[in-house]
Write a protein that binds this ligand. Structure first.
Ligand SMILES: C[S@@+](CC[C@H](N)C(=O)[O-])C[C@H]1O[C@@H](n2cnc3c(N)ncnc32)[C@H](O)[C@@H]1O
Length: 410
């Protein structure tokens, strides 16, 4: 997603939504306003983000928005190139046993499912089944059409689940799902911690509002910042930072961590592969990253106002991969690897797959090689995006992490 980032100055006013979309957004603001009133004038940002993204029928992911692709608000890796999914399939094939299944969470347009299943079909290694856990009814339909177009033999393996499976044996996949989970936002100042939430701003608008953080949140924030800033003690602005008069705003991805712990506990045997943008903790809470990682996307413009057209724009935060790794460890999983997306894809054979592409259609070949360059480039998705994997009862020799595993940095 950040590959499409543009400066905040490039705000999306010139691309205003249509009247019906604006009416839906106003209805969402009205409903959230009611919840704020009922709660005494304030709700946490995580609650706001939950409703803005997932309110039935009018939330960003549950409404009729196009969301993914050139006509939507952002482009994800499987939308850019089918070779992304081919590489993921190489890693899946190593982990899959004869009677195993793949469980994909938040499957978007269905592009990754099509790519992984097609590659596994070509390798004669199709899983017993491919389950998709999808919150949005309209996306389910879109996924079904995409998979059907790739072949009935693929579609007949796919099933859609409304809830988490009780027990998983096989591979769990989630591409850019953790970044779409609601976060709590805090401001730290001279050792005091405030939670940034949402209040009414007049009768039909919402805005930031903060209050002292509750005890558990304040303690968690202090623990995380202390741990992260210790790493920077020798850097300029590092050692004295904790006592300096400096506002520091950031997020805690509690829901993403809880999700990893829950799904991890249900992974009876197999591996979990997560691809997303973010950092290990000491980089996530770097002293200089003092305005956090919360970003919004509307029609390929990135900006930082989460209250603009609620329900019509994406809201996202980067992932603290150390927090994710700790959650997986609590669920009894072993860390199998942590690498930049570029290293992971290269280890899974992206360049060979690229070289094997047909050049009969030169336009398409040029488009694909450009997409591969974006997936790998450090200044685009190659370094900001990471692949992380955990497993239970699987060998510690994952193909995608063979050459540049950074587990020790978590
Ligand atoms: C940025 S999109 C990525 C879609 C797709 N994976 C891709 O790469 O194109 C995030 C997706 O995660 C889904 N999502 C968020 N939380 C989820 C959860 N707890 N379970 C399943 N899907 C979830 C959203 O509904 C949305 O479809």
């Amino acid at each position: 997603m950040p590959a499409a980032d543009a400066p905040a100055a490039d705000a999306p006013s010139a691309h205003a939504p249509r009247a019906q979309a604006l009416a839906d957004s106003q209805e969402l603001v009205r409903r959230i306003g009611e919840e704020i009133d009922a709660a005494g004038g304030w709700i946490g940002f995580d609650r706001y983000m939950q409703r803005a993204l997932y309110e039935p029928g009018i939330g960003y992911y549950s409404g009729p928005n196009r969301v993914f692709g050139d006509e939507g608000d952002f482009v994800t890796a499987p939308e850019m190139s089918p070779l992304f999914g081919r590489c993921i399939a190489v890693q899946c094939a190593q982990w899959l046993g004869a009677d195993d299944e793949i469980v994909e969470f938040g499957a978007g347009s269905g592009a990754l499912a099509v790519q992984v299943l097609s590659a596994l079909r070509d390798a004669r290694a199709l899983p017993r089944s491919y389950a998709i856990v999808e919150l949005s009814a309209s996306l389910r339909e879109r996924q079904r059409r995409a998979i059907a177009a790739a072949g009935d033999e693929l579609l007949e393996r796919v099933r859609w689940l409304d809830a988490l499976p009780e027990r998983i044996e096989g591979v769990v996949l989630a591409n850019e799902v953790l970044d779409a989970m609601p976060v709590r936002v805090f401001r730290w100042c001279k050792g005091d911690v405030f939670e940034r939430g949402v209040a009414r701003a007049g009768s039909a608008a919402l805005d930031w509002s903060e209050r002292p953080a509750d005890g558990p949140l304040a303690e968690r924030v202090r623990d995380r910042l202390r741990e992260a800033w210790r790493e920077h003690a020798g850097d300029a602005g590092g050692a004295d930072f904790a006592s300096a008069a400096h506002d520091y705003v950031s997020e805690i991805g509690e829901q993403a961590e809880a999700w990893v712990a829950t799904v991890g506990a249900r992974l009876a045997r197999g591996a979990m592969l997560l691809v997303d943008y973010g950092f290990p903790r000491h980089e996530f809470y770097h002293p200089q990253r003092d305005t956090g990682t919360l970003r919004c996307h509307f029609r390929h413009r990135a900006h930082d106002d989460p209250f603009l057209w609620p329900g019509l724009q994406d809201i996202t935060a980067h992932v603290d991969f150390s927090g994710v790794a700790q959650a997986a460890s609590r669920a009894g999983l072993d860390a199998l690897g942590f690498a930049s997306q570029a290293r992971f894809l290269l280890d899974c054979g992206l360049l060979d797959a690229c070289a094997a592409m047909s050049r009969d259609d030169l336009r398409e070949w040029t488009r694909q090689t450009h997409a591969v360059q974006r997936l790998l480039s450090e200044s685009e998705m190659g370094e900001l995006f990471k692949a992380i994997a955990f497993g239970r009862s699987v060998p510690d020799d994952a193909i995608g992490f063979r050459t540049r595993d950074r587990r020790a940095r978590l």
